[in-house]
Each structure stands twice: as C-alpha cells, then as structure tokens.
Design a protein around this ligand. Structure first.
Ligand SMILES: Cc1ncc(COP(=O)(O)O)c(C=O)c1O
Length: 398
C-alpha cells in the first residue's frame, strides 16, 4: 500500500483503529508462554476480562476470530440433532445459522427484514410451542454489525424464562463488547462470544468465550466433535497455562486495551459511544438519508448503516471516499451489498476523529451523486456541543 500523508481514516466496524498504546504493548520481543512470568500475566488478563464481560465465570481466549468463538460456543455445549433457535437480524446471524446447520444442528431461523433487532415475543412463542424441548439453545447476535441493529438481550432472557424453557442462551457480543452496555451475568447469558478487533481495539486474531455454570455443565455431556475449541483443554488457560501456543503478542495488546477500558471506566466508554452514535445519526438524518435500522430504539451505538438512494451504488461511494479522502467505510454485506455503507463509531475514537469521518462522508456524497439536504457535520457538531464529553470533567479537575 503506497504512503499517503496524514492519518488513514479506518471507519469500518472492525477491524477498528488500534491505539498507540496497544501497538506499543505488542511491539516487544515475544516471551516463553510456559514461563511463570507469562502464566502470571495471562492469568491476570483472564481475570480482568471478566470485568469487560461483567461475568463471574471463566473467559477463554482462543487464537482465532469471532467465527471460531461461535463454533466454540456451539460445539462445546450441543449434540448432533439438537435444535437451536436463531433470529435473522442480518448477515452475521445468517452466517452463524449456516454454521449451526453444518455442525449437524437443527436450526429454527426466525425470518427478519434486516432492519431491526430480534423480537423477544416471537422467541417466546417459538419456545412455548416447543413442548418437547427440542430446542437446546437460543443464539442471538446482540449488535448486528451488518445492519447496525441491536437486540434487547435482557428482554430475550425474560422471554426464555416466561416460556419456562430450559434452552441455553448464547449471545454474540462481537461488536457491542467494550462499546455498548453488556452484562453477561445480570442478563442470564450462558455463553457470550467476543473477539479482539472491534471495541476491544486489538488487531484481529483473538476469539473469546465467556462461559457460565449452566454451559459448563452442558459441555460435560455434549457430543459434537471438538478438539481445538474444547473448553476442557482450555480450562488451564484461565490460570495462564494455555494448551497450545497462544497469540502471545496479541495478548500483550489485549492487556493494554483492557487497562485502557478500565481506566476510562466502562460506563464512560459506553457513554462516549452513545454520544458519538447520536451525532452520527444526526448527520445522516440531516443529509436526508435513511438509516438501515428502522426502529430508533434498536439503533446501534457502535455502527450506523446508511442506505443510499435508488440508482446509487454504495460501493462506488466507498471507493470515492477511499481514493479521495483516504477513508475506509464499511461495505454492505450479503443481500444489502451496494445498498448501504456503514460508518463505525466503535473503539478508539473521539469527538474530533468522528467529526473528521463525518466531514469525509459529507465531502464524498456529492462526488457520488448524492445531494445532501443539509450539512450533517453541522448537525453532528451541535449534538457533540450540547452534551458533555464523558470523563471530560474529571480530566479537567485533575
Ligand atoms: C456480529 C459479528 N459476528 C461475527 C463476526 C465474525 O467475526 P470474524 O470475522 O472475526 O470471524 C463478525 C465480524 O465482523 C460480526 O460483526
């Protein structure tokens, strides 16, 4: 890739920008993973990761991506022929359902229009109808990165309980963890799936499972074949003793990122994302463009998917943004390819970087054949100016 002066604007919803501190933490000689020092380091990291998931159970960290962490959740807990209930919120929910089918599970995929989160009432109805309890797990994508739509996880838990159903509850928190409110324990989730390259601000290469007691118990009798993903093999990793060679330098990066999130304070991180998301949505609305997620209360605080007018190719627009302004916007995935582009507001970003990204979009729109109704940047700045930046008062006092 040729040198281009200034900062590349990486505005895709993962991989996200890697902070200098994380880059520097990784940029050191690697270390013997069987040494007492490394094992102490890895055990401490494993324990602090629980704070990010807000979970009390073990967090397993795999060398792999989010897809691998999906497979770990399914293969450790389920047996061939088990039913799983999933909801078609978008591209990632669709891929996860395809994985489940390939693994030999029987998927009931509640159809969706890719414009909203999953509906807890529909989940409750499906579970009530499952008198024989063939459904062994409900699998939901919390923040559907392809559409920018959020499913209310607490409400899904309530729906499972209201149906008096014993199914396990798995949540993909890949693009919400470290960006949006997420509570593994309080929301009664059995396995939460995460990965490194989104709100955790680390390069791709780590897949995470936060595991609860009920899921651990299920793993003792589950019959799907597994080896690499086996929680049994991974168990010593929470004490720092990995069964294989871990991604040592990525773990150094993850340590720095977890420290940064805890220093900012997770609640401040979440408030920062909410604010930047609101500013981004204000920009899109001022431009006169449609937000893919049609339900305002389901709109994501880590990514906004913007629908382009008929006759415009969203990927051509993205190409202009990249060539003219050195800014990468997220592409439309699956059946929305060409119909939308995605602006991330996830991870290591603040008022000025987000405003810069919105300037880039505003300059791109006319070049792509879209006449904005009004300045989205002005609308976004108004939102930012009207709301205190989380942590700013604290910083000013120090
Ligand atoms: C919500 C969601 N789930 C799963 C995945 C797949 O993760 P990976 O590409 O790391 O395998 C992604 C990737 O963007 C995602 O956004």
């Amino acid at each position: 890739m040729p040198y281009r002066p200034g900062r590349h604007f990486l505005q895709v919803p993962g991989p996200t920008n890697i902070p200098e501190r994380v880059l520097r933490a990784m940029s050191r000689p690697t270390y013997d993973h069987r040494s007492a020092e490394f094992m102490g380091f890895a055990a401490g990291l494993s324990s602090d990761l629980k704070k990010i998931f807000r979970s009390s159970g073990p967090v397993y960290v795999y060398s792999g991506s989010g897809t691998g962490a999906w497979e770990a959740a399914l293969s450790n807990t389920l047996s061939p022929g088990d039913g799983v209930l999933m909801a078609e919120t978008g591209h990632f929910a669709t891929l996860w359902s395809q994985m489940a089918t390939r693994l030999g599970l029987v998927v009931d995929f509640i159809p969706g229009d890719w414009r909203r989160g999953a509906d807890p009432a529909q989940i409750e109805d499906r579970l009530r109808a499952d008198k024989a309890h063939k459904i062994k797990a409900v699998c939901i994508v919390h923040n559907e990165t392809s559409t920018g739509a959020v499913t209310p996880i607490k409400a899904v838990r309530k729906a499972i309980d209201a149906a008096n159903h014993l199914a396990l509850f798995f949540v993909d928190s890949i693009s919400s963890l470290g960006s949006m409110e997420y509570r593994h324990d309080d929301w009664g989730v059995d396995v939460t799936i995460g990965c490194s390259q989104k709100g955790l601000m680390v390069p791709p290469g780590l897949g995470l499972n936060a595991v609860g007691v009920k899921a651990l118990a299920a793993s003792k009798t589950a019959k799907l074949p597994r080896y690499f993903w086996d929680w049994g093999l991974m168990t010593p990793s929470t004490e720092g003793n990995y069964p294989q060679t871990p991604s040592i330098n990525l773990l150094f990066g993850l340590r720095a990122a977890v420290d940064m999130l805890l220093e900012e304070g997770l609640d401040n991180t979440i408030a920062r994302h909410a604010r930047l998301a609101e500013a981004t949505r204000a920009a899109v609305q001022a431009w006169g463009l449609d937000i893919q997620c049609a339900v305002p209360e389901h709109r994501s605080n880590s990514v906004t998917a913007v629908v382009v007018p008929q006759g415009i190719d969203a990927d051509a627009l993205r190409k202009i943004a990249l060539e003219q302004f050195d800014m990468a916007l997220g592409t439309g995935l699956g059946k929305v390819k060409g119909r939308l582009f995605r602006i991330a507001h996830m991870g290591d970003t603040n008022d000025l970087t987000q405003a810069g990204a919105l300037c880039g979009v505003e300059m791109t729109l006319p070049l792509a054949g879209i006449k904005p109704k009004a300045s989205g940047v002005a609308a976004a700045l108004k939102v930012l100016a009207s709301k205190a930046q989380p942590g700013a008062q604290q910083a000013a006092a120090e």
